[in-house]
Design a protein around this ligand. Structure first.
Ligand SMILES: [Zn+2]
Length: 69
């Protein structure tokens, strides 16, 4: 009989990870520093633009399919 026991890591102190680089930071903050925050905002904006581009492309494809039926 095997007992599957997930060993929880020590130091279960409330902490979180930097949204940008993943470094452990005190609970309550989102980034390890202002530079990471700026970096993350840039990354997020780029991601949003990519999403908009994908959605726009899909709309064009759907419109094309409907118009050429
Ligand atoms: Zn960071």
């Amino acid at each position: 009989m095997s007992t599957k026991r997930i060993k929880k890591p020590e130091g279960l102190l409330k902490h979180t990870h930097c949204k940008n680089c993943g470094v452990s930071i005190p609970f309550g903050s989102e980034y390890c520093g202002p530079e990471c925050e700026i970096d993350y905002q840039k990354f997020k904006r780029r991601q949003q633009y990519q999403l908009i581009a994908i959605v726009a492309a899909l709309i064009v494809v759907v419109a094309f399919v409907f118009l050429t039926r």
